[in-house]
Design a protein around this ligand. Sequence first.
Ligand SMILES: CC(C)(COP(=O)(O)OP(=O)(O)OC[C@H]1O[C@@H](n2cnc3c(N)ncnc32)[C@H](O)[C@@H]1OP(=O)(O)O)[C@@H](O)C(=O)NCCC(=O)NCCS
Length: 153
Amino acid sequence: MTESSAAPKSSFAVTTAEDADIPAIVALWERCELTRPWNEPQADLDRARKKPNSDVLVARDGNTIAATVMVGHDGHRGWVYYVAVDPDQREKGYGRAIMTAAEDWLRDRGVEKLQLLVRADNTRVQAFYETLDYEEQERVIYAKWLDGRPMTP
Ligand SMILES: CC(C)(COP(=O)(O)OP(=O)(O)OC[C@H]1O[C@@H](n2cnc3c(N)ncnc32)[C@H](O)[C@@H]1OP(=O)(O)O)[C@@H](O)C(=O)NCCC(=O)NCCS
């Protein structure tokens, strides 16, 4: 990929999501196929925003939201979810910029390590994270719905 601009690729302005951004964020997550029937995006946003341990960050192309990340920490490790770049805005550096912003958000709060989950069949995004110096870790993930429902895929 060639540089399309003289500006560093991680220089896009990233801000905290505002209330008025919510419909556009949900639409972007749907376009990026990141929503799942068992995750209600509006509830996920409400839970994560404006809490001391989590937030939702956005990068804009003018007035349009080009990229998002949900970032947070559990007091030990940092995590990101909903890393999404508008399909029409990919390969312009937004993905790197939003991940840099998430890393800075965590660093500012004293968190030393960022972890993230990638579905095994999402090989394209694995290549993206490896470009950003993330390394695959040998771990097995266990999960359980606390309301007793059967495990989702
Ligand atoms: C993955 C995603 C966030 C990348 O966003 P993007 O804006 O296209 O990424 P960038 O332009 O910032 O690319 C950053 C670097 O990663 C590389 N990269 C991006 N996508 C890549 C891919 N599919 N394969 C290999 N490298 C890739 C770029 O070449 C670039 O490298 P460089 O800076 O050394 O030139 C975007 O494709 C996306 O939203 N995918 C769908 C949603 C998704 O799967 N999210 C992750 C859920 S875990």
